[in-house]
Design a protein around this ligand. Structure first.
Ligand code: SF4
Length: 131
């Protein structure tokens, strides 16, 4: 078997699952839709994507990657992007994305949790929690 960096056939860099019921799961993809990184390998690491942070029911800070198409936009491009950011992975510490304004459409905002991180999520947009 050839090492990947010597292989002429690049089929391992991506594929599109046209039968996926969630297609298209991310907007703005202009190249081949790469489903290889359906679960982004960078979810626990620093990344340049436009994620938003939410707190789950267990109080864990997590990324909402709804607005990110970096792992999906083109087979070669997304493969190269993921490899580059996994060369020297740095664990993500839960901070907000500061590389640019990562605003999402309002309907993509994750539901807010109670301030103590417990109980049912409530939606700040309906005026229940905002001043
Ligand atoms: S923001 Fe994009 S690159 Fe970063 S973890 Fe989410 S899907 Fe991956």
């Amino acid at each position: 078997m050839e090492p990947k960096d010597q292989a002429r056939n690049e089929a391992y860099k991506g594929f599109t699952n046209h039968d996926c019921p969630f297609m298209p799961c991310h907007e703005g993809v202009t190249r081949e839709f790469n489903c290889l990184f359906c679960y982004c390998p960078l979810i626990a690491y620093e990344c340049p994507g436009p994620y938003r942070v939410f707190v789950d029911r267990h109080g864990m800070r997590r990324k909402d990657c709804s607005a990110c198409n970096l792992p999906h936009n083109g087979y070669r491009q997304s493969w190269g992007f993921i490899q580059k950011w996994l060369e020297r992975p740095v664990l993500w510490d839960g901070h907000e994305q500061t590389r640019y304004d990562a605003r999402l459409p309002e309907e993509a905002d994750p539901p807010a949790m109670d301030p103590d991180g417990r109980g049912e999520p409530h939606d700040e947009r309906d005026g229940a929690a905002k001043d």
